[in-house]
Design a protein around this ligand. Structure first.
Ligand SMILES: [Cu+2]
Length: 353
């Protein structure tokens, strides 16, 4: 049976089939991920056998095999996305206020979410970022004037709704922009914190899930301490359009950071801008192995954090995570719902001396 035959993932969960993989499945996955990260050939998953009807073809057993295209012109590279901040075109208004300006478009585009698995997405793009899922990471400082010149080049009506403080007229609920129409969203950046943007055209769940979202960072006036900064959007894809996700990831590509661990240094401050945009599932999470992080919820306060290794976020919630890793080696991070980890949402830091 394949996903193409409208296989319901949750149908299996209810029957206990996938649930039976449980902890053992994750352990096998970890082992294979480590081996793969070191360049080994994937070994057959013993849990694959004896589960008639559970075809992992859409996500390649306990981990996908092969690699997505990250090198051809216009291809999405999850490694570059981590640090790809788009500060816009910067100028100064007569009042002395900094103006940041972006030309943003929406377009239909087929994207690769796992090796050989393509998804008919709707995506935001800019010249710097290209057209990808997630869209560009817009970054500014509190108090800047922001101007987004948006053109809908997609086949459906779209908008851009930004989180944060601004007037209802700039909120991206109306007007709905038809194909070929443009609108300029303009407002002052506040409050500082970790925000997001997404399309607000009904049906919202479909417009968001198709890929129209991105991260929106407003830095505090004095900035944050220097760190290796990484953007992670927890997202997922309903490949057979049955209202349930089959593929999960941070930054779109299942298992990408498991196959390509993110290089960091022992003792260096790491700051993750973590946003949950996952549609259809009520929550998502990030659990860090071998370390603990300071968790700044929404990033809107600098003087309060929780010290933990586990954050759970509803759709639209976000958190800034700051930590150092003390031990060299491969440090794992993943959704603590093992089900989501097994379907692609798992990665490693390659901690180097
Ligand atoms: Cu839309």
């Amino acid at each position: 049976m394949s996903m193409k035959q409208n296989l319901s993932r949750r149908g299996f969960l209810k029957a206990g089939t996938l649930g039976a993989l449980g902890i053992a499945g994750v352990a096998a996955l970890q082992q294979q991920a480590r081996a793969l990260a070191q360049g080994a050939t994937p070994t057959p998953d013993p849990y694959e056998t004896g589960h008639a009807g559970l075809d992992h073809s859409a996500h390649g057993g306990n981990m996908t095999t092969g690699d997505v295209d990250t090198t051809s012109p216009g291809a999405f590279d999850p490694m570059k996305y981590l640090t790809g901040f788009d500060y816009g075109k910067v100028s100064t208004l007569p009042t002395g206020q900094t103006l940041r300006e972006w030309d943003v478009f929406a377009v239909d585009k087929e994207i690769e979410i796992a090796p050989g698995i393509f998804f008919p997405a709707w995506v935001y793009g800019t010249e710097q970022h290209g057209a990808h899922v997630p869209g560009p990471t817009f970054r500014c400082t509190e108090g800047d004037r922001l101007r987004f010149n948006f053109t809908n080049a997609g086949s459906h009506p779209h908008t851009i709704h930004f989180h944060g403080i601004h007037s209802p007229g700039m909120d991206g609920v109306t007007p709905l922009l038809q194909t070929g129409e443009s609108f300029t969203y303009e407002f002052d950046a506040k409050p500082f914190g970790l925000h997001l943007y997404h399309c607000h055209t009904p049906p919202l769940k479909r417009h968001i899930h198709k890929g129209l979202y991105g991260t929106f960072i407003i830095d505090p006036p004095g900035g944050r301490p220097p760190a290796k900064e990484l953007v992670m959007m927890m997202n997922a894809f309903d490949t057979n359009f049955d209202g349930e996700n089959e593929v999960y990831a941070v930054n779109t590509v299942a298992f990408h950071y498991a196959k390509h661990p993110i290089p960091v240094k022992v003792g260096e401050l790491i700051r993750i801008y973590l946003v949950n945009i996952t549609e259809f599932d009520p929550i998502n999470s990030l659990h860090l192995h071998t370390g603990m992080y300071k968790m700044f919820k929404t990033g809107t306060r600098l003087d309060y954090y929780e010290y933990t290794d586990m954050v759970m976020l509803c759709q639209g919630e976000r958190a800034i995570l700051e930590f150092t890793l003390e031990h060299p080696g491969h440090s794992m991070f993943h959704a603590h719902q093992s089900e989501l980890a097994e379907l692609g949402w798992m990665g490693f830091f390659d901690v180097q001396e």
